[in-house]
Design a protein around this ligand. Structure first.
Ligand SMILES: *Cc1c(COP(=O)(O)O)cnc(C)c1O
Length: 227
C-alpha cells in the first residue's frame, strides 16, 4: 500500500520533469490504467490524490465503478468499444477515448443521459496503419472530429493513439510527431480540443517531449499484469 503511494509520486515526478523540460509545466495529466486491478488498488490511489482512471472492458469497469461510489473519480474508457456497449459506456464513463467510427459517435450521442454533462470524447487513430488494430485511419480524423463536434451530447476533446511498440525510439518519436501534427490540425478547427492522449509505461517521457497532454500508465504504476 505504502509502495503504491511511492510509485505514484515517482511517476508524477517523472511526468512533471518531462513536462518542464518540454516547457509545459503542469500541462500533462496522468491516467492510471486500472484494468485487471481490484477496486482496492483504485481506492488506494484515490486516497493518494489520483483522480483519473482508465479501463478497457465495459463490464469490468461497471463493477469497479459501482464498488467505488462517492470518491469523485473520473473514468475513461480506453479499450475497443463495440456498438452494443455504447449505452452502458455513455451512462457510466466521463470520457471515451476509443471512438474510431461514425456508428459509435451516433450511438454514444443518443445514449448519453440528459442529466449528465456531455461525454468527453477522443478520436482513436491507428497512426501506424497496423492491420487488425482499433483506430481510424489518419486521413479519416477530420471528418470524424467534425461529426463528434456536431453531436450535442458529446464534447470533442482530442485524439488518442497506441503507436506500434517499435524497439527503435526514433520510430516511436516519429509516430508521436505525426499524431501531434494531426492533433494541431483538429485543435485549429475546434476550440475545445485540448487533449492528446499518447504515451504508456514504456514511453511516456518521450510522448511528453513530443506534445502529449495525457499519459496512460498501467504497468509502471501497479506492476506487471497477471495472465
Ligand atoms: C493497457 C493499456 C495502457 C497501459 O499500458 P502499460 O504499458 O501497462 O502502461 C495504456 N493504454 C491502453 C489503450 C491500454 O490498453
Amino acid at each position: 500500500m505504502e509502495r503504491l503511494h511511492q510509485t505514484l509520486h515517482g511517476i508524477l515526478q517523472s511526468i512533471e520533469n518531462a513536462a518542464t523540460l518540454a516547457s509545459r509545466p503542469n500541462a500533462v495529466r496522468l491516467l492510471a490504467v486500472s484494468k485487471t486491478r481490484p477496486p482496492e488498488a483504485v481506492r488506494e490511489l484515490a486516497q493518494a490524490g489520483q483522480r483519473a482512471f482508465g479501463e478497457n472492458y465495459v463490464q469490468e469497469a461497471l463493477a469497479k465503478i459501482g464498488a467505488l461510489p462517492g470518491l469523485g473519480l473520473e473514468w475513461h474508457l480506453i479499450g475497443h468499444l463495440q456498438s452494443n456497449k455504447c449505452r452502458e459506456a455513455a451512462e457510466h464513463f466521463d470520457w471515451v477515448q476509443s471512438v474510431d467510427r461514425a456508428k459509435l459517435v451516433d450511438a454514444l450521442d443518443r445514449a448519453r443521459p440528459e442529466s449528465m454533462s456531455p461525454l468527453n470524447v477522443l478520436v482513436q487513430v491507428n497512426v501506424d496503419g497496423e492491420a487488425g488494430k482499433s483506430g481510424c485511419r489518419p486521413d479519416d480524423v477530420p471528418v470524424l472530429a467534425d461529426h463528434i463536434a456536431a453531436s450535442p451530447r458529446l464534447r470533442l476533446r482530442g485524439l488518442m493513439a497506441i503507436p506500434e511498440p517499435h524497439p527503435d525510439p526514433d520510430q516511436r518519436r516519429d509516430a508521436f510527431r505525426r499524431l501531434k501534427a494531426l492533433f494541431d490540425a483538429v485543435a485549429a478547427r475546434h476550440p475545445g480540443v485540448d487533449t492528446l492522449s499518447m504515451g504508456m509505461s514504456e514511453d511516456f517521457e518521450l510522448a511528453i517531449a513530443e506534445g502529449s497532454t495525457l499519459v496512460r500508465v498501467g504497468t509502471a504504476l501497479f506492476g506487471a499484469r497477471g495472465q
